[in-house]
Ligand binder design. Sequence first.
Ligand SMILES: Nc1nc2c(ncn2[C@@H]2O[C@H](COP(=O)(O)OP(=O)(O)O)[C@@H](O)[C@H]2O)c(=O)[nH]1
Ligand SMILES: [Mg+2]
Length: 328
Amino acid sequence: MNDWLDLLGAGPDKPAGRRALARLITHIENDTAEGSSALAALYPYTGRAYRIGVTGAGGAGKSTLVTALTCALRARGQTVGIIAVDPTSPFSGGALLGDRVRMHKLAGDPGVFIRSMASRGARGGLARATADVALAMDAAGFDILIIETVGAGQSEVEIARTAHTAVVVEAPGMGDAVQALKAGLLEIADVLVVNKADRPGVRATVNALQTMFESMPHPPPGAPPVWFPPVIETVATKDDGIEALLDAIDAHCVYLNESNKRAEHERARVEADIMRRLRDGLLGAALDCIGAAGWEAAVAQVAARQTDPQTAAGALIAALGLGEAKAR
Ligand SMILES: Nc1nc2c(ncn2[C@@H]2O[C@H](COP(=O)(O)OP(=O)(O)O)[C@@H](O)[C@H]2O)c(=O)[nH]1
Ligand SMILES: [Mg+2]
């Protein structure tokens, strides 16, 4: 079964390794048995890659920023795997000319692997597919994984949360309120970027964000250090501020390692991953057990007010024979 390991072992920057990775990702997206057993065999060889999540409103400049960041990481000699979960991403078309020129630079670079994923239609769910594609890229040996998601929708936010460093991208002039605040993204931000710093309104946006973080409770003296998300201004189209952004990501990585938070982080990620699979697996098994007819009967009874949803769900669970499980 470790054929896949041999294939990927060619290296992320070698044609054979890249072809194998592309095939494996297709298996993962289609949720095939081959994909599952390959991932199981590859799992011991994962855990090396550093994952950066980039999230924020559509049009904030995430894909442009990811491109600029990738160029800077490549200049440092690091290999980069990119997963773009964004229907409007230039990674899957729609780039303006300037972006396209740079994308082209990335596309011809053997140290970069880009995969766009549709936010809908991933078999077995987007969170599952994205987590597994990240594992495949990790096993293939990429140093850094960058995962771009639109910060709307629970699974997109969840995906960003599983990154070691979550970068939330904001742009000035997208309405009065800070978009990230509205979307509830500030809680997951390790680094905040105000991109399009060449646009009017950038000061107001930066000030609003800084004020917000300054008002966060500070730890008492002697308590372990707490990470306060820095606010970085960038002009992604001109590569301005990209080094500062990389420095902030590095600093967060150092903080995770030194505070032992990286191990905690890994545990939390693993826990969430197993829990999601358990939930999805149990639900699937339960629905198979109940069958279409049993389901229809329960829905019809509740719709006709012959019983209530909680009692109906309780009866379905009781029939599964799981012991004391209770409907919620
Ligand atoms: N003026 C300006 N435009 C930018 C900047 N960064 C990105 N853009 C443009 O904003 C548009 C959306 O960028 P894109 O990267 O696709 O945003 P995404 O939807 O967040 O991935 C594109 O036309 C970019 O060229 C910037 O720093 N300044
Ligand atoms: Mg994009």
